[in-house]
Design a protein around this ligand. Structure first.
Ligand code: COA
Length: 178
């Protein structure tokens, strides 16, 4: 059966679903995120949940919905400082496993990025960082026009060893040309 997915900004009423999916992402893909499930699970409110209490000046959350069910998330954070307010960052990208490889991640990020350019007319570029061996996320970001500008060696340290982090950037002018 064809699944019809919709993409929209996360609002106050989505807090519970956001929390569940964010914790699922940390539990199912622990290697891809800086925070751990154990660190976040016990918190009364996750940091982005707080931002959902009201429309936040510098945070936007977007969700992919199958009907009313949240199946994907991605967040955007604009720098809070005047000198760097032309820059932002994409965080917490996650698509529930059974919904992957159907272009939903791509559509979710496009919706979020388009919304961010509109919301912040002075925004010029968006960064993202991901572990070097995360090929799906790297290819996804390439597809959107992100390019690599650096590598931070040994950024994650766990009992399994170190992971390097790839730093990527998307310029508004390049995105709009695509
Ligand atoms: C990364 C992730 C969000 C991709 O979501 P998705 O909905 O499956 O991706 P899409 O179907 O929209 O794919 C879009 C593009 O991404 C790339 N991509 C996605 N999955 C890929 C894979 N397994 N291998 C290689 N490239 C892949 C491809 O370029 C693809 O375009 P193509 O099919 O035309 O080649 C998903 O795999 C995920 O949630 N992973 C775990 C969490 C994670 O890694 N988050 C990122 C942290 S930075």
């Amino acid at each position: 059966m064809e699944v019809s997915i919709t993409y929209r900004q996360l609002l106050k009423n989505d807090k519970l679903q956001y929390r569940k999916l964010r914790l699922e992402s940390l539990n199912h893909s622990p290697e891809n995120f800086e925070a751990t499930y154990e660190e976040e699970y016990g918190k009364a409110e996750l940091s982005f949940e707080k931002s959902l209490n009201e429309v936040h000046k510098n945070f936007i959350g977007f969700g992919a919905f199958d009907g009313d069910h949240l199946v994907g998330i991605a967040l955007f954070k604009r720098s809070e400082y005047a000198k760097t307010s032309h820059k932002g960052e994409i965080l917490q990208i996650y698509i529930r496993e059974e919904f992957r490889n159907k272009k939903f991640g791509l559509a979710l990020l496009k919706s979020l990025i388009d919304f961010a350019w509109k919301t912040y007319p002075s925004l010029e570029s968006i960064r993202a960082s991901l572990i070097q061996r995360n090929l799906p996320a790297r290819c996804l970001l390439y597809k959107l026009g992100f390019t690599i500008y650096g590598i931070e060696n040994s950024y994650f340290k766990t009992q399994d060893g170190y992971d390097h982090v790839v730093l990527m950037n998307l310029e508004k002018v390049n995105y709009l040309k695509k």
